[in-house]
Design a protein around this ligand. Sequence first.
Ligand code: PMP
Length: 405
Amino acid sequence: AETWDAVPLAPPDSIFKLTAAYKADPHPHKVNLGVGAYRDDDSKPWVLPVVRKATQLLLNDPALDHEYLPITGLPEFVSGAAKLILGADSPALAEGRVASVQTISGTGANHIGALFLSRYYGFPGDKAVYLSDPTWANHFAIFNNVGIAPRTYPYYDPATIGLDFAGLLGALGAAPPRSVFLLHACAHNPTGVDPTRAQWAALADAMLAHGHYAFFDAAYQGFASGDLTADAQAVRYFVQRGVPLLICQSFAKNAGLYGERVGALHIVSPTQEASARVRSQLSVLQRSEISNPPSYGARVVALILNDDALFAEWRADVHTMARRIIEMRTELHHLLTAELHTPGNWDHIINQIGMFSFTGISPAQSQALTERAHIYLTVNGRISMAGLNSKNIRYFAEELDKVVR
Ligand code: PMP
């Protein structure tokens, strides 16, 4: 037998497969609504003007070198990132109760966070994590990789194309005390359905009542409302309420730094002393995984986070992206309801938030859109709103109208 006889052939990643199929399609009207990356009104990737500016500052800095960063990352990036999600006035930060490490974007933060829990968290019985149904598909693989079994909790209700809040609360009550629940901080992927403020409050009550641990994934801060502070509300509220938690943070989307892999993991502890122990072990795990995080993207973000003028420009850039997406929602809703009179209720298009919309169409209808109209989307009916623009939105609305009739 040969060495790798036992290795089964894995299927390609479905999202990246979709992108490849889109690229290979010569049709002039093709539309890519698959991948979750921001595109401007010309379907082009957008380098944020503030990122261009910060990059220039970096390149002009004669003191710039390529030495290793500390194991836990660039200090001014990590502290700025913590303030961004927790608030500059966060008591947890002031009290030294937050252990933070720079990570390989949001994926790396999820990985190190999951690895840390698998080593040190007091799970009730088997190591398990509760994930929303549905969720970012990679969550399953990330937890499986560190020996934590993924389970799901009800989240999305196909009947209302909204939140199954009763189902979610029921799952919190039914799970053994001290269970770990992964929550999307804002702009839920893939549904675009977030709890309301009042629902977050009830969720915090339930989490506290059962002693559950909140594993926050914050990959879209700024993309839900267009405001970085407003989108941190759920996380800050949970910290304030004293729900035990950690936060996985990504700068891929809100800074448009996808390929630079800029992220952080923040673990909030009850005491400064506990936090010091947590930080020490995060450092040990990080050393064996990547030794030192990459410097370029972290330097760019650190410049932006620690300079008032650059930070103000970034807020405006984030708002520009979110506003375009919200405009596409309004326009799509208008085309379907007021112009085409497409059968069904399409209010979810404007009620959902963030980069994605769950259209509610069937897998067969999704496939028909791809095959007949060269519109690429995942079979679950999720569309990336960033793939729509003033030039293709009418074509998309008309083709969607045709497949649902
Ligand atoms: N979490 C969620 C929910 C996501 O949608 C993504 C990006 N698709 C990530 C984490 C991580 O992305 P990245 O590693 O590029 O920061």
